[in-house]
Write a protein that binds this ligand. Structure first.
Ligand code: HEC
Length: 159
């Protein structure tokens, strides 16, 4: 009787452990999958193109060219909107950073007060829409830049 109770406890312990590992693994995998730009997904990129022209083009430019003198702060201390094409520095940042910045705004991400004109889109766009618009932006970069950006993503995941 005693032995069988022990056996049952051991079996339960193993089932419980496997469940925990599985939960941890799927949770981790989901997080990992959640934020990934897919510049070769045509329907996602088309959705992103529409979102871009409605929400981003007014500042970042119809052709992703940014505003004039985008590296110079104006008299009030604001930076103009940078280009999202390969001449800007959008591609220097990994997927997750671009996503969080678009969703929550720059201050939230750097964690301190910072004068800037980039709106936060958390109440305007869904997560999928943000991924779509950023995937559209990535799809406009030359292949070589897209490859460098893929590597930036891999490196950022290792940290
Ligand atoms: C009202 C103007 C405005 C609109 C609209 C706008 N942005 Fe911005 N955005 C800015 C400005 C200004 C900056 C630079 C802020 C700074 O660094 O001081 C910026 C910066 C960014 C950056 C960081 C780029 C980098 O290299 O660090 C990303 C990403 C970004 N915007 C994405 C978007 C997306 C996506 C949209 C549309 C959904 C959008 N922005 C709409 C003004 C705007």
């Amino acid at each position: 009787m005693q032995v069988s109770t022990r056996t049952i406890s051991i079996i339960f312990f193993f089932i419980f452990s496997i469940l925990l590992v599985w939960l941890f693994y799927t949770n981790y995998m989901n997080k990992d999958n959640e934020i990934r730009l897919i510049p070769n997904d045509l329907s996602l990129v088309t959705l992103g193109q529409n979102i871009y022209s409605e929400n981003c083009a007014s500042c970042h430019g119809v052709d992703l060219e940014g505003q004039e003198n985008w590296q110079k702060r104006d008299d009030e201390g604001y930076l103009p909107a940078p280009p999202h094409d390969e001449t800007g520095h959008t591609w220097h940042h990994p997927d997750e950073y671009l996503f969080l910045m678009t969703k929550y705004g720059i201050e939230k991400i750097i964690g301190k007060k910072y004068l800037n004109n980039m709106p936060a889109y958390k109440d305007i766009l869904t997560d999928k829409e943000i991924i779509a618009v950023l995937s559209f932006i990535k799809s406009k970069w030359p292949n070589q830049i897209q490859e460098i950006h893929d590597n930036i993503n891999v490196r950022s995941k290792l940290n």
